[in-house]
Design a protein around this ligand. Structure first.
Ligand code: FAD
Ligand code: AMP
Length: 481
């Protein structure tokens, strides 16, 4: 028998499962189809983010940060650690437990909200039909008024370093190393490359990051990127910019080693590694999802074409998350999922794409939102800038974690905050204060007039806002107003 729904969501990552739950809350009958299977052949919800992305990477970043802190920073606190070791299998099983708690949590949320979870691979066979094939080849057809595509993304493979799941791995493989590689090559100095490179560097790997571009972290404010490069280099990440990987060779012998061939401004270079992580970006997943005749359009880079409300060219078919334009971030996909659900219920919800926060979860973290100085200059917008170093923050000094700074840019004419960039401890959480302020069109003065508790890291945000108007208290101001 064909089951009938108001909404069928394809994919249960942060875009899909959030869309499904919100649709159910609004009174729609909903199914969410998911094909993901673990290595142990278990069907799970949660997509990339929960299974092989945000969550497991943060679990490893947190474990290895504690390890690095104990090694490098406890001494300054007078804590003597005589013998310390890392047990990689225990670290991995903790990570696995966190992932499984959260993926099980989605199962629970589906049950509470009465979302039908359907296991199998979905294909849109008509504007109102989705065919699901389960892992044994059984097929069932779902009839639906609306379809939300949330099929996400997958790692990009490059011919010079094809993934073999052993020596050359993608981000998923890099979350599963059984041993600490002695020499680790990372191709790509983007967010994922830097986070995963940091995990293994903290445990003792000699990490070399090969990046084709000459510029480090192009989307990031230049002052912050420069500070980041300095700090990462101190942490032992050897980041080689302008180094494009062209090929590889495996060494002969029992122990598999790899030599990456790359070119930089001096010419052809080579470097030997025990493992290589390819982290050169991700691409949308749409293969086999629908036939062209359906009318859904795909644009040049493989993304499904949608309008500002995530509607495809077919009015009752929507697409959200990594499979559509915009930054490939979990929270951006979730907000799109909520927007589509609410618009189906005739609400006027929108996503504010100008205020998507970005974070790199290294230590210190790097976080930014809105526009930075370079972007404002390019647009000819006059601005004030205020910055405050964590080295002048009482709380950061007390914690012996005082690298980095907060920067706030505001419009010269109106004082309205246009952007914020932070490198420092808890940057992601600190940034969120400014994201909220910007959502309410706050001025730097509004932040300056807000009382912040002392001593807290967030005082650095307060002081940067005061500095934008020339009256920070705990640093000298370039301009006094
Ligand atoms: P996905 O999470 O990719 O989910 C799509 C789901 O659709 C998958 O489960 C897939 O199996 C399913 N699917 C696909 N096709 C079909 C089909 N035909 N039938 C049925 N099911 C199908 N983002 C952040 O915001 N913060 C972070 O800290 C962060 N860290 C990351 C770390 C790593 C290592 C990686 C790889 C990514 C990270 N990301 C992070 C990015 C984040 O994971 C993605 O932006 C997010 O998962 C996208 O959500 P989504 O729902 O669009 O797609
Ligand atoms: P992101 O898309 O943010 O994950 O970053 C991926 C990075 O990988 C980009 O900065 C690319 O310039 C870089 N990259 C892509 N191909 C290569 C290559 N062959 N060698 C080195 N770096 C590369």
């Amino acid at each position: 028998m064909t089951k009938k729904y108001d909404v069928v969501v394809i994919g249960s990552g942060p875009a899909g499962y959030v869309a499904a739950i919100r649709c159910a809350q609004l009174g729609f009958s909903v199914a969410c189809v998911e094909k993901w299977r673990t290595k142990e052949n278990k069907s799970v919800y949660g997509g990339t983010c929960l299974n092989v992305g945000c969550i497991p990477s943060k679990a490893l970043l947190d474990t290895t940060h504690k390890f690095a802190e104990a090694q490098n920073s406890f001494d300054a606190h007078g804590i003597k650690v005589t013998k310390m070791d890392i047990d990689v299998p225990s670290m991995m099983s903790r990570k696995g437990a966190v992932v499984s708690q959260l993926t099980q949590g989605i199962k629970g949320l589906f049950a509470t909200n009465k979302v039908d979870g359907v296991v199998g691979s979905a294909k849109i066979t008509g504007v109102n039909t989705v065919l699901v094939t389960d892992h044994d080849g059984n097929k069932q057809s779902l009839e639906t008024k609306n379809i939300i595509i949330a099929t996400g993304s997958q790692p990009i493979n490059i011919p010079p370093a094809p993934i073999d799941h052993e020596t050359i791995v993608d981000s998923t493989g890099a979350l599963e190393f059984e041993k600490i590689p002695k020499r680790l090559g990372v191709i790509g100095a983007g967010v994922i490359g830097l986070e995963l490179g940091s995990v293994w560097a903290r445990l003792g790997s000699e990490v070399t990051v090969l990046e084709a571009l000459d510029e480090f972290l192009p989307p990031v404010d230049r002052q912050i990127a420069k500070e980041a490069a300095k700090i990462f280099s101190k942490q032992g990440l050897d980041i080689k910019l302008g180094s494009q990987v062209k090929g590889h060779k495996f060494s002969k012998g029992a122990k598999k080693q790899i030599t990456l061939e790359y070119s930089d401004k001096e010419g052809k270079q080579k470097k030997a590694f025990d493992k290589v992580i390819v982290a050169v970006g991700r691409k949308p997943v749409t293969e086999g999802l629908f036939d062209d005749s359906l009318g859904i359009k795909i644009c040049d880079r493989g993304f499904i074409e949608v309008n500002d409300h995530c509607q495809t060219k077919v009015p009752n078919i929507f697409a959200v998350g990594d499979v559509v334009r915009g930054p490939m971030l979990a929270h951006k996909g979730s907000d799109e999922g909520v927007m589509v659900a609410e618009r189906l219920a005739d609400k006027k919800t929108q996503v504010n794409y100008a205020l998507v926060p970005s974070v790199i979860y290294t230590h210190p973290e790097i976080a930014w939102v809105g526009q930075n100085e370079e972007e404002l200059k390019a647009e000819g917008i006059e601005y004030n800038v205020g910055s405050f170093p964590f080295a002048a923050s009482g709380r950061a000094l007390a914690a012996n974690d005082s690298e980095g700074l907060v920067k706030i840019v505001s419009q010269k004419a109106t004082d309205r905050i246009l952007g914020c960039q932070i490198i420092g401890p808890s940057a992601a959480d600190l940034l969120q204060q400014i994201v909220i302020a910007m959502e309410f069109s706050a001025s730097a003065e509004d932040i300056g007039l807000t009382m912040f508790s002392h001593p807290a890291l967030s005082e650095a945000v307060h002081e940067a806002a005061l500095a934008a108007n020339g009256h920070a208290i705990h640093i000298g101001n370039k301009k006094r107003r």
